[in-house]
Design a protein around this ligand. Structure first.
Ligand code: NAD
Ligand code: UGA
Length: 467
């Protein structure tokens, strides 16, 4: 007899699957949790001391639970057979070709998981969509599962994830809510109750919301769209601030103090990045279009248009401030990750700034405490279609520096593009001495003390601030 009361399998050992399952294992020692993936490299990393993702607090939880009730494996068939509950937590990127290319989410990986579950299962299971998907994907998953030739019964639930990278462990341990969508019949409600009882090990019941399947799937897209919309809204105001002499930080404070608006997510920046905001809004836009709701599609598409504008505007300001030419000039880029406390570079706004500066023939020196050079190039190729092959000299044009000081040494400018805390306490006197003059600072996150930098002698330009 197994010592465990329930077996959970999670398909997909990425930014969501790994941390989410680690916290379930931590909070539910009576449950066996196994995370599986097609990638041997990924699973080997999860089983090593050097985890495949950087997330504060994650190594401690993994080392406490791994080998006890948390496992990482490529034995997908074996773990599916053994499981009572299977989470599908695979990537659902924007389609790059075919119908809906550039907007629709590609749910190929979800379907493949459903097909695998139907093929190898020898008992009925609860299948949980953890991935972010278009509304009604659960119907496709259910139809694929029903096609098993053993007459097995499956229940499909939607349980979208709301964690943010960099704070994933805190978000998972104390979520604002857990959302579970299911079919509103006896079996569906029973399946949802089983999943509720897993989360109820640490999440107060009143914060576990149950809804119908489609509301749950759509709520996830709407939550991300609303968050991204706030960033685009404040970024649009940052442009107006620069034109009028108002200060965007003062505006965020004055506006956000109204409790109906709220303070959070009003930090003006060089634009939002990350693997999900753009993908999920495009997904929402595509859904609206599919249902003939063109005005709704256009409304949400503006969030992306504003974000693209903000990224482009920042680079243009850099170039125009530096006498309309950066050709041959060394420019230090501090921060490449899409936000602090992660090494993730998917859709990072820094990449677009670097790309545009490289096209202006600047010599870029990047320092980021967590980003790997290899990942920068993979993402540059995937998202911008730029490689050494398509742009000879690209590899040489971008140097990765071991620290901020060497990145800035001899530079005409440095730009802060990720809000890493360590950038706030750099020795700016030392940096100033080593730089070409005039020494320019472009603060893309408004985290530096601009008055102090000006006192040292820097020419400072910041988002949404008077120059
Ligand atoms: P990821 O790319 O980090 O991880 C996905 C993993 O799934 C990869 O390791 C891949 O090898 C594996 N995989 C793909 N197909 C598979 C298959 N058929 N069988 C087994 N493994 C397979 O992606 P992620 O960032 O973890 O995102 C996963 C989903 O969660 C996406 O839908 C995303 O929108 C959503 N989400 C992400 C975040 C986030 O912060 N990254 C937060 C909330 C929701
Ligand atoms: C976001 C959501 O916050 C999560 O709830 C959601 O689960 C996740 O997407 C997802 O579905 O993947 P994440 O992208 O990890 O999480 O990080 P955020 O903190 O939301 O930041 C996203 C981007 O917006 C970053 O580039 C960040 O720098 C930028 N941002 C955020 C701003 O520019 N200003 C702000 O005030 C807040």
């Amino acid at each position: 007899m197994s010592e465990f009361t329930l077996n959970i399998c999670c398909m997909g050992a990425g930014y969501v699957g790994g941390p989410t399952m680690a916290v379930i294992a931590l909070k539910c020692p009576q449950i066996r949790v196994c995370v599986v993936d097609l990638s041997q490299k990924q699973i080997d990393a999860w089983n090593s001391d050097s985890l495949p993702i950087y997330e504060p607090g994650l190594p401690e939880v993994v080392s406490e639970c791994r080998g006890r009730n948390l496992f990482f494996s490529t034995d997908i068939d074996g773990e599916i057979k053994r499981a009572d509950i299977i989470f599908i937590s695979v990537n659902t990127p924007t389609k790059t070709m075919g119908i809906g290319a550039g907007r629709a989410a590609n749910i190929k990986n979800c379907e493949l998981c459903a097909r695998k579950i139907a093929e190898v299962s020898d008992s009925g299971k609860i299948v949980v969509e953890k991935s972010t998907v278009p509304v009604r994907t659960a119907q496709a998953v259910r139809r694929v599962l029903e096609c098993n030739d053993k007459g097995l019964k499956f229940q499909v639930l939607s349980n979208p994830e709301f964690l943010a990278e960099g704070t994933a462990m805190e978000d998972l341990k104390a979520p604002d809510r857990v959302l579970i969508g299911g079919v509103q019949d006896e079996d569906g409600i029973k399946a949802a109750e089983t999943l509720v009882s897993v989360y109820a090990n640490w999440v107060p019941r009143e914060q576990i919301l149950t809804t119908n399947l489609w509301s749950s799937e759509l709520s996830k897209l709407v939550a991300n769209a609303f968050l991204a919309q706030r960033v685009s809204s404040i970024n649009s105001i940052s442009a107006l601030c620069e034109a009028t002499g108002a200060d965007v930080n003062e505006i965020s404070r004055a506006v956000g103090i109204d409790q109906r608006i709220g303070r959070r997510f009003l930090n003006s920046s060089i634009g939002f990045g990350g693997s999900c905001f753009q993908k999920d809004i495009l997904n929402l836009v595509y859904l609206c279009e599919t249902y003939g709701l063109h005005e709704c599609a256009e409304y949400w598409n503006q969030v992306i248009v504003m974000n693209d504008y903000q990224k482009k505007r920042f680079t243009e300001k850099m170039v125009s401030s530096m006498f309309n030419t950066v050709t041959g000039k060394k420019i230090a880029i501090l921060g490449y990750a899409f936000k602090k406390d992660t090494g993730d570079v998917r859709e990072t706004p820094s990449m677009f700034v670097v790309r545009d500066l490289v096209l202006e023939q600047a010599k870029i020196h990047v320092f980021d405490p967590q980003v790997k050079r290899e990942d920068m190039w993979i993402e540059m190729d995937y998202t911008c279609g730029m490689t050494e092959k398509t742009h000879p000299g690209l590899d040489k044009a971008v140097t990765t520096s071991p620290d901020a000081y060497s990145a800035c040494d001899g530079a005409h400018a440095f730009a802060v593009l990720t809000e890493w805390d360590e950038f706030k306490t750099l020795d700016f006197e030392r940096i100033y001495k080593g730089m070409a003059k005039p020494a320019f600072v472009f603060d893309g996150r408004n985290i530096l003390d601009h008055a102090k930098l000006r006192e040292i002698g820097f020419e400072v330009h910041a988002i949404g601030k008077p120059d």
